[in-house]
Design a protein around this ligand. Structure first.
Ligand SMILES: [Zn+2]
Length: 133
């Protein structure tokens, strides 16, 4: 899977965002080791705490289908109709640490053709992780 194609899937996924409160749309495309892609979008709620990020929607879909091995996730954000780089929040980083290795790739979309690439260990150093105990 080409990284730009994964980013495009994240851009496509943000179109389903339900975000009437923040007006920030986010899409995610999660790549499994077997090459499957699970997408997600942010889903907000008037009560706020039930709100779930695009990344966790993608992980929830994948894990509920039996997937536990992942190589990369692309994240695309949009504010006022313009692609805007949104880094994953702390909760999503912790979810990634549950299922992914330190070298898991996080692609944050900047424009249709550009993205910043991080590893999970860069975004969440010294994470709480029972796998390494
Ligand atoms: Zn999040």
């Amino acid at each position: 899977m080409n990284k730009n194609m994964l980013c495009q899937r994240a851009i496509d996924a943000l179109k389903n965002s339900y975000s009437p409160y923040s007006n920030c749309k986010v899409g995610a495309a999660l790549l499994t080791e077997s090459g499957k892609i699970y997408t997600g979008c942010n889903i907000e709620n008037a009560s706020f705490s039930p709100t779930i990020c695009a990344e966790r929607v993608a992980f929830s879909k994948a894990v509920s289908e039996g997937e536990h091995s992942f190589t990369a996730i692309a994240i695309a954000g949009e504010k006022s109709g313009v692609l805007t780089p949104f880094s994953p929040c702390g909760v999503c980083r912790q979810v990634m640490a549950e299922f992914c290795n330190a070298d898991f790739k996080v692609l944050v979309v900047k424009t249709k053709d550009e993205f910043n690439e991080y590893t999970l260990s860069q975004l969440l150093p010294n994470s709480f992780n029972l796998k390494e105990i």
